[in-house]
Design a protein around this ligand. Structure first.
Ligand code: CTP
Ligand code: MG
Length: 228
């Protein structure tokens, strides 16, 4: 099934503390945003991309898309203060007759075609699906400086992007959250709030989000490993 993709790239990368936002950081000589966009540009199932950038970076982003000749980027739109607002702005620009929409963070450049294919197949069936991996660490609930509870790990999954939804479902979820001033930590949590079931698709531990500078080290290792 064909899909559209919304790519939020309007954050400031405060935790990375690199002096530039994360999508411009180069990994093996190529900006993070190029690593991410290349995957969707090359995927025949992807019909169009809406890129969301911060107001101050829109010109830079337009130039970047021209230089790299990304033919699937239909629009570059200004984002909001929070990621959720940026995604909502992007969703509004997706063509109304799209069946599925994938929402994928610009800062997660190691997504593979294989994962996308599995995610899309599941979402086409169930309406909503996310990539996730089982949590490997033991997780404890901490109060001040001591453990309150050790949480049963067997049902805990770390959720990634892309997250895939039927356009009508995710629009309804974002509209409701926007109206009610609800802010969730991902798009699926908004969809859960309107009573939809979100399917879990086994992701890949290499599909990391670049958040702090340690992640750049892992990221380079992942790319070098892929080069063989
Ligand atoms: N994002 C966005 N609009 C925002 C905030 C974030 O489009 N107002 C995007 C980021 O550009 C990133 C993705 O959402 O691709 C995931 O967010 P995160 O990892 O938190 O990135 P930043 O917000 O840039 O980083 P930080 O929270 O450390 O400032
Ligand atoms: Mg952020």
């Amino acid at each position: 099934m064909n899909y559209w993709t919304v790519i939020p790239a309007a954050g400031q990368g405060k935790r990375m503390n690199a002096g530039i936002s994360k999508q411009w950081i180069e990994l093996l000589g190529k900006p993070v945003l190029a690593h991410t966009l290349d995957v969707f540009e090359k995927d025949p199932l992807c019909e169009g991309v809406i890129l969301v950038g911060s107001k101050q970076e829109l010109k830079q982003m337009q130039q970047f898309v021209q230089t790299f000749q990304y033919t699937k980027v239909h629009q570059i739109v200004p984002g909001g203060k929070e990621r959720q607002q940026s995604v909502y702005e992007g969703l509004k620009k997706v063509t109304k007759d799209a069946d599925l929409v994938l929402i994928h963070d610009a800062a997660r450049p190691f997504i593979t075609h294989d994962s996308i294919q599995q995610l899309v197949a599941r979402a086409a069936d169930s309406g909503s699906a996310v990539l996730a991996v089982p949590v490997k660490d033991t997780v404890k609930k901490v109060v001040q400086d001591h453990v309150e509870e050790t949480i049963d790990r067997s049902s805990l999954w770390a959720v990634q992007t892309p997250q895939a939804f039927r356009l009508s479902i995710v629009m309804k979820a974002h509209e409701k959250a926007d109206k009610e001033g609800y802010v969730g930590t991902d798009d699926a949590s908004l969809v859960e709030r309107i009573g939809e079931t979100v399917a879990i698709v086994m992701g890949d531990y290499h599909n990391i989000k670049l958040t702090t500078s340690d992640d750049l080290l892992f990221g380079q290792a992942i790319l070098l490993d892929r080069q063989g």
